[in-house]
Each structure stands twice: as C-alpha cells, then as structure tokens.
Design a binder for this molecule. Structure first.
Ligand code: R5P
Length: 285
C-alpha cells in the first residue's frame, strides 16, 4: 500500500498506478499550538503487509511528517515499512562545515532509519549520504529521464553542467538524448546566493545548450551559468534538473536570465515537474 506525504501526493499516486497497489487514505492536520498530525487511516483499515511512504522532505515539517507516518503505519501493524524520499532535504549538509556544526544529513538519516526497514532516495547530491541510513539507503537513478521533454530539434547541442560534480548527470542526459557533446563550468560559491561561474572552453556560439544539474534551489548557479552563455552568442538555453526546488524568486531569476524552458522531475512537485520518477522508483520496489 502506498502512503503519501503531503509534499509528494501526485508522485505517490503515480507510483500506486505504476505498481498497481492501493493508495492509502491519509490526513494532514495540525493542532492550535502548531504541532503537526499526519495520519494514515487507510492503512489501519486495510492492514497491508507493506507500507511504502513517499514523501520529499522539502521542509522541517515534511521531515516530521515522515516520522509520524512511519510510526502510524507501524502502529497499524504493517510488517515492512519502506520510506521513499524522492528528494532528501538536508542532503547537501553532508559534512560539518565548521567546528561545532552538525552533519545534518546524517542526523536526519538516523532519525528516518529508526522507523524504516528500507529507504530509497532519488539522485542524492552525494551518493555517500546513503550510508548515513541504517541499512544503507538505495539511490534511485532518474537522470536519464531528463532527456524526455527536450525538443527533438536541438541545434548541435551542448550538455553542460555548472560544476565538475554534475558532469555525470550531463553525460547521462546527453546519452539519453542521443546527440551532442558534454562539458562543464568551474563554479565557486561565495555564499548561499552568490555564485561565480568560469566558462568552459567549448564553443557554444549559435548552438543550443542544455544546462544540467541535480538541483535548482535559489537558481543562482543556473542564472549565472546562463548569463555566461548569453555573453557568448549561444543559441537557445534549456535548463533541466532532477530536483526543482526553485526557492523564493528562482523562476523569475531564471526567466530574466533568458532560459527557453525549465524542466524538472516530480521529486519536488512544481509547475516545471514534467518528468515522473515513478517508473524509476517502482523498479526498486
Ligand atoms: C551544488 O553543488 C548543487 O549541485 C547545485 O548546483 C546547487 O545546490 C544549486 O543551488 P542554487 O540553485 O541555490 O545555486
């Protein structure tokens, strides 16, 4: 039985269809003091052997909701609890940046592990975060699907990643598209929103470019990359990512930078989430 967190309702429904499993009735409420109450009455009614909780932890509330749903389904007597984090919040805080800082990814992973027999997460920023879970989480690869919404008529395309860390993603999308070349920019982050991009050597003049990253958060990285491309007489610029977090004014920032289109998956449910990761998740369940 599939149990949806409030942040991943469309994806949970898609997964239920994909697996031909029932989608549980759920309720999300809160008390007057602000405390949350996420419940799965549908699981208590149906008494399935397995509950698959699908919830992207895009906020601290969403984290808490996962813990509550895990507890609720266990309380309802299910034997196996599988937790799917399509997007794992705090995953980028995978080290202590300064003395006295927490390893936040590890802290949340440990908490979630206490209520799950298995955890799956889609394209984490660093696969090593999977080892913070006990047992080790499964990383689901959905990047190949990012080629699906791209126009079929890209002109001599270049698939660029904004830093060396995402070149594998760019290569995966280029392979799936079946044409073009790949390269990457050098990136230096000065603060949460201040990013400096150094151009790659590849000639982009009059060519269509697809910039590929794992996540667009504030949009600073992508808008800086698009700005660099615009200075070099690029053709059309498309941007695509697995996790379209798109915080604050990111969409406006990117639109003003001159992108043709933004594509993302439904690990985070936004207007640009045109690619579903449901089949990729289903293949691991
Ligand atoms: C960082 O290494 C990631 O791959 C992304 O490039 C980054 O998290 C994007 O963040 P923002 O959109 O805030 O620049």
């Amino acid at each position: 039985m599939i149990v949806s967190g409030s942040t991943s309702q469309a994806l949970a429904a898609a997964l239920a269809r994909e697996l031909d499993e029932p989608l549980a009735a759920v309720e999300y409420d809160s008390f007057p003091d602000g405390e949350l109450l996420a419940a799965a009455p549908g699981v208590a009614d149906a008494e399935p052997d397995r509950a698959v909780i699908v919830a992207s932890t895009v906020s601290s509330d969403a984290h808490l909701e996962v813990l509550q749903l895990q507890d609720a389904v266990r309380e309802a007597g299910v034997e196996e609890v599988v937790t799917v984090l399509p997007y794992m919040g705090y995953g980028r805080q995978d080290k202590a940046f300064e003395p006295g800082h927490p390893i936040s990814a590890r802290a949340v992973a440990r908490a979630i592990s206490t209520g799950a027999d298995r955890v799956l997460t889609v394209d984490p920023h660093e696969e090593a975060v999977c080892e913070f879970f006990e047992p080790t989480a499964t990383a689901v690869d959905a990047a190949g699907r990012l080629a699906e919404p791209l126009p079929g008529d890209l002109v001599d395309p270049v698939f660029l990643s904004p830093d060396a860390g995402a070149i594998d993603l760019a290569e995966t999308v280029q392979n799936a598209y079946g044409a073009g070349e790949t390269d990457y920019f050098e990136k230096v982050r000065h603060s949460g929103t201040d990013v400096e991009i150094t151009p790659s050597d590849v000639d982009v003049a009059d060519r269509d470019v697809v910039v590929v990253d794992d996540i667009i958060a504030t949009g600073s990285t992508m808008s800086e990359a698009v700005g660099v491309l615009r200075e070099r007489s690029v053709g059309r610029v498309f941007i695509t990512c697995v996790h379209p977090l798109l915080a604050r004014n990111a969409v406006t920032k990117l639109s003003r930078a001159g992108v043709e289109a933004i594509y993302g998956t439904d690990t985070i449910e936004r207007g640009v989430s045109t690619v579903s990761v449901a089949p990729a998740i289903a293949s691991h369940l």
